[in-house]
Design a protein around this ligand. Structure first.
Ligand code: C5P
Length: 418
């Protein structure tokens, strides 16, 4: 499983290293945690320093390493209570038998055991030891106590050990541990968004990209839409706590993290999938797709051969997807987009009424600096009369920022509707 790093919040991790040969893996663990954007401070016990030097961790973490409970110099920098408060999570890896026993019995005779008692942050331990020591009744009893005290115990791996034994007791690989920490914060962040985000719990369907209307098996009619706006909006809606389905025409963009994507090609397919989404439950429908207005009346079964100087292809009108959805009885909150080259506001406001939308966002595609393939956009948003707010200007900004402003506008309007 991979993560979109931008959705993992910035967090402070204390990596506590205790005495054990697996301490060498902790050096790589610092690296991997930093890859996820975490700020890492390392605490080492006396035992750990027999295996690896504080200097190694200092260089890798970019922070001073903490080793002493009552070192006046360290206390002047970040004392043990401050350190305990600084941490969003304490990961003890490797966790020795001794450190586990200390935690289980509430000892506080060194920096780590004191931190353990002084912190409110979640504590994770990754035990690593000889398989016989792991299996010892006292160790298992202590681990049970830790679990009951709310500590998260990461099970050791089985395999060949440094001492020559084979069995349970190997510390999981650093990549694995770092990924578990990232997943924990990722899930915590998601749970908050789903509960308190601007679109918490809302089901959103977004159409995006162009459609392709086949002429024959090898040719089609399409347009230059890249889908960037729809994809950016999908990401913003997801970040705001919504469950998002993206009905995407043929575009070469990565699916935003957490978003369900359904690929379609033609306008008719886009309509079918959109209606399907409506059946499954949809609170907000956002139409960013540049749907082809016409499709070929009779798609040729075989490749059309070059013949005379002219070729006539007859076109028929495609259904208007957003207007069709807006006509349904259980209609969601409807958001349309309008790309115009002249009389931008007048045409957009007209479409708002004609398509029975709740909101329409329009932009001037005659401006070379915004729209279609550009990464930036500027928009004017109009609301249906019942919302008692006529329009809102969104200043030129990245499509990500514009998406965020659009999410705010949708949430505003929804609040007014309720
Ligand atoms: O009429 P026009 O194409 O300018 O309207 C643009 C808006 O209508 C966009 O939100 C677009 O996604 C939507 N639309 C649609 N189905 C069509 C044509 C446009 O959903 N066939």
């Amino acid at each position: 499983m991979s993560f979109d790093l931008s959705v993992i919040p910035h967090k402070n991790i204390i990596l506590a290293v205790t005495g054990g040969i697996a301490a060498y893996k902790s050096a790589i663990l610092v690296r991997r945690l930093k890859d996820y954007g975490f700020d890492v401070r390392v605490v080492m016990t006396q035992g750990a320093q027999a295996f690896i030097t504080p200097l190694t961790f200092q260089a890798l973490s970019g922070n001073p390493v903490h080793t002493e409970l009552l070192d006046p110099e360290a206390e002047a920098g970040m004392g043990h209570i401050e350190l305990a408060r600084w941490a969003d999570l304490i990961l003890v890896a490797p966790a020795s038998c001794d450190s586990i026993a200390k935690f289980a019995n509430g000892l506080a005779d060194d920096l780590l055991s004191t931190l353990y008692l002084a912190t409110k942050a979640p504590v994770w331990v990754a035990p690593a030891m000889n398989q016989q020591m792991w299996a010892a009744k006292a160790t298992q009893r202590n681990l049970q106590t830790l679990v009951e005290d709310g500590v998260h115990v990461i099970m050791p791996d089985a395999g060949e050990q440094a001492c020559g034994d084979v069995g349970l007791g190997r510390m999981p690989e650093p990549e694995d541990l770092a990924r578990q920490v990232a997943a924990y914060f990722h899930k915590a962040q998601r749970a908050i968004a789903e509960k308190f985000g601007l679109l918490a719990g809302k089901r959103v369907t977004i159409t995006a990209g162009p459609t392709r209307e086949a002429i024959d098996p090898v040719r089609y009619i399409s347009n230059h839409s890249t889908g960037k706006m729809g994809f950016a909006l999908a990401a913003a809606c997801y970040a705001a706590g919504a469950k998002v389905t993206l009905v995407a025409g043929p575009v070469s963009l990565d699916t935003p993290n957490g978003v369900q994507r359904i690929n379609v090609s033609s306008a008719m397919q886009m309509l079918d999938v959109s209606m399907d989404q409506l059946q499954q439950g949809c609170d907000i429908f956002i139409a960013t797709a540049a749907v082809a207005d016409y499709r070929v009346a009779q798609v040729a079964e075989h490749k059309i051969k070059k013949a005379g100087d002219e070729l006539a292809v007859s076109l028929v009108k495609n259904p208007d997807i957003v207007a069709t959805i807006a006509q349904q009885q259980q209609r969601p909150f409807m958001v349309g987009f309008a790309a115009e080259t002249q009389n931008v506001e007048q045409y957009a406001a007209g479409k708002l009424v004609a398509k029975k939308l709740d909101m329409i966002a329009c932009n001037d595609v005659s401006r070379p600096d915004i729209g279609f393939a550009s990464d930036e956009n500027a928009m004017t948003v109009f609301f249906a009369q019942s919302y008692h707010m006529n329009k809102r200007e969104l200043e030129k900004a990245s499509k990500q920022e514009i998406s965020q402003q659009l999410v705010e506008s949708i949430a505003d309007a929804l609040r007014r509707r309720l």
